[in-house]
Design a protein around this ligand. Structure first.
Ligand code: ADP
Length: 352
């Protein structure tokens, strides 16, 4: 058994390590019940070791009640932020080797996207999410390599709301609204420590709240993208490498009841639906190696164009709220994610 465990670990490590340029991994994370949610029935029936997740539908009879979904990996409710990040770490290294990497958090509002990406509390390192851990590692590795490669690191933070791109680090410049697609124009701030990044994130969060009735409401209906640009110069050869990491907290994927949503809310919902399906379509087209990849169907896919497909590596964390009352959204989230994952997993047939 010792050897089996060792082998399994090695295989897992290789899997992540081997995430080849142009490929995608999909991980599913199940949020725990929150304090106060006692005696709530869970929709998650079973989590297998090979990335399987069995969902049980409370209102369907017999064998129709259970459905299995397949991902590269499923993280149970007990998984810590550190365990979640462990699998992500090799990707961070590859940014410093000159790859473009996209890490997405997908799921309905309240399913744990922000928890995974940022964590519940900036001031507590132990619960830091992927964003801070990634940057902490990035700086550590650049220091280790300092005798060989001289790196410069710059950060951008933008928000996409109703198909408008907004620069969240506007304190340097005053063009809060970027027209069209001038994302390269979003303030690019040079950083050299995790503390610099923490300071910028605070400013970004503050700017995000401006004009929003409540930050939570606004943030659930916009995509937020933290982009880290890395520029490295090899000291001996003088050769240059460029890598880029996009950390994307997507808008809540919940469908809005058409009969209830009106005005502004309806518009927001339509924009979100359109951009999330555009993202799904792009990833699907890339996985299928289609001739035409429909990047231009949304701002989100346009902004990320250079980092999806080709030389890039993509990781999507799909989030599940285990509450039975969320079953409808849970199923549609899992279907979306399985579509994204299906080809890489060799399960394309299941998709038909
Ligand atoms: P989203 O960004 O998808 O809207 P949040 O990340 O804000 O969701 O999570 C909703 C609530 O659940 C928050 O109170 C958050 O702290 C809590 N939560 C989410 N995931 C976890 C987790 N893995 N462990 C503990 N609490 C979590």
């Amino acid at each position: 058994t010792y050897h089996t465990v060792l082998e399994e670990n090695r295989e897992l490590y290789n899997q992540v390590q081997d995430l080849k340029a142009g490929s995608i991994r999909v991980y599913c994370r199940v949020r725990p019940f929150l304090s106060g949610q006692t005696n709530v029935q869970s929709t998650v029936d079973y989590i297998g070791e090979n990335g399987n997740l069995m969902i049980v539908h409370p209102h369907k009879p017999g064998k129709d009640a259970r459905k299995v979904f397949n991902f590269n990996k499923v993280f149970a409710t007990s998984c810590t932020q550190e365990q979640i990040y462990d699998d992500t770490q090799p990707l961070i290294r590859s940014v410093l080797d000159g790859y473009n990497v996209c890490i997405f958090a997908y799921g309905q509002t309240g399913s744990g996207k922000t928890y995974t990406m940022s964590g519940p509390d900036l001031n507590t390192e132990e619960t830091w999410g992927v964003n801070y851990r990634a940057l902490r590692d990035l700086f550590q590795i650049t220091k280790k390599r300092a005798d060989v490669i001289k790196y410069q690191v710059g950060v951008q933070m933008i928000e996409i709301y109703n198909e408008q791109v907004r620069d969240l680090l506007v304190y340097i410049r005053n063009n809060s609204q970027l027209n069209g697609l001038n994302v390269p124009d979003a303030s690019l701030i040079r950083v050299s420590s995790t503390q610099d990044v923490l300071d910028l994130m605070r400013i970004g969060h503050r700017n995000r709240a401006v004009g929003a009735t409540a930050l939570n409401e606004r943030s659930s209906r916009s995509h937020s993208i933290l982009t880290v640009h890395v520029y490295g110069k090899e000291l001996i050869s003088g050769s240059v490498l460029k890598g880029c990491l996009h950390l994307v907290d997507l808008a809540g994927s919940e469908r809005v009841d058409k009969s209830e949503a009106v005005g502004e809310r309806l518009k927001e919902a339509q924009h979100i639906n359109r951009s999330l399906s555009a993202l799904g379509d792009v990833i699907y087209a890339l996985a299928q190696k289609s001739q035409h990849v429909p990047y231009r169907n949304s701002k989100l896919t346009q902004v990320l164009q250079d980092s999806l497909g080709g030389h890039a590596k993509t990781l999507m964390f799909v989030h599940i709220n285990p509450d039975v009352n969320a079953i409808g959204e849970t199923i549609s989230t899992l279907k979306f994610a399985e579509r994204v994952a299906s080809i890489e997993l060799g399960a394309a047939k299941a998709n038909k």
